[in-house]
Design a protein around this ligand. Structure first.
Ligand code: ADP
Length: 251
């Protein structure tokens, strides 16, 4: 197995006294495309916030790129696309180019001028997500799926090695979900980006992911998509805490 990019040892987290993650042992290997699934309230967003350093574990240790998280400084190695990545209002006063350029802030600082290579990098990243013709449009005029790709470009522009996406397909129509997975597939295969994707969309995700992790306070499953898809409705119902009907996604 490749070296882990994220490693969690015995990690627990509680909001006040409510334990939402309990003794998690987990590794994300370099080069993986990992799908993180589980019921609402299962702790997926909390786990991501721990990785992003927005929360500190109540117990246990987290290592990022072989560094204890407390010492980890190379934040630009991690790109993040949040759940709200497709909710710009019409009239939001920034172009696609401007929004994507803010992804370079960590590298070049606020209020610094963009040089030619920054501008080229911004445009090539916009091109990678298929939006070059909209580079100077206001983001508010784009569709939800296109706005989401703007956010992916913003996360990609600083060349992260790991891209984390929290439920990025919520509210995106079927065609754009398909394009979105094609983009992730390309980033993973051709750009060697490690991916951690929180999703409810298990059908499409299992066609692309290399690893699946199921989280409901503790880790219930960590394995390959083919092992996940062979879980029975009974296994999944126990995990989700309510009956689950498996919908086949064979094409
Ligand atoms: P998921 O992303 O899997 O839906 P979350 O990590 O958002 O799960 O939430 C896990 C649990 O933690 C839920 O029971 C949720 O209500 C609770 N929780 C999340 N954020 C907070 C918070 N800021 N304060 C208190 N409880 C929270």
């Amino acid at each position: 197995m490749n070296e882990p990019i994220i490693s969690m040892k015995n990690v627990s987290y509680a909001y006040e006294k409510k334990i939402v993650l309990n003794a998690i042992n987990f590794e994300l290997p370099k080069g993986a495309f990992m799908g993180l699934v589980g019921p609402n309230g299962g702790g997926k967003t909390t786990l991501i916030k721990l990785v992003l350093g927005l929360l500190k574990p109540t117990q246990g240790t987290i290592t990022l790129f072989n560094e204890p998280i407390e010492k980890f400084k190379e934040r630009n190695k991690i790109g993040f696309v949040s759940q709200k990545a497709n909710s710009f209002n019409k009239g939001f006063p920034a172009t696609v180019f401007e929004v994507v350029s803010t992804g370079l802030t960590a590298k070049i600082g606020y209020f610094k001028f963009l040089n030619k290579s920054h501008k080229e990098k911004i445009l090539s990243t916009i091109e990678k997500v298929g939006l070059l013709e909209y580079a100077y449009e206001n983001v508010g005029n784009l569709s939800g799926g296109q706005q989401q790709r703007v956010f992916i470009a913003r996360a990609l522009v600083s060349n992260p090695e790991l891209l984390i996406l929290d439920e990025p397909t919520v509210g995106v129509d079927t065609n754009n979900v398909k394009r979105f997975y094609e983009l992730l597939h390309d980033l993973h295969e051709n750009n060697e980006i490690t991916l951690l994707l929180v999703t409810h969309d298990t059908g499409t995700m299992t066609e692309h992911a290399t690893d699946i992790v199921c989280l409901n306070k503790t880790l219930h499953f960590h394995g390959k998509p083919e092992d996940y898809t062979s879980l029975t409705e009974n296994d999944l119902s126990n995990f989700y805490g309510h009956p689950v009907n498996i919908v086949s996604h064979n094409h």
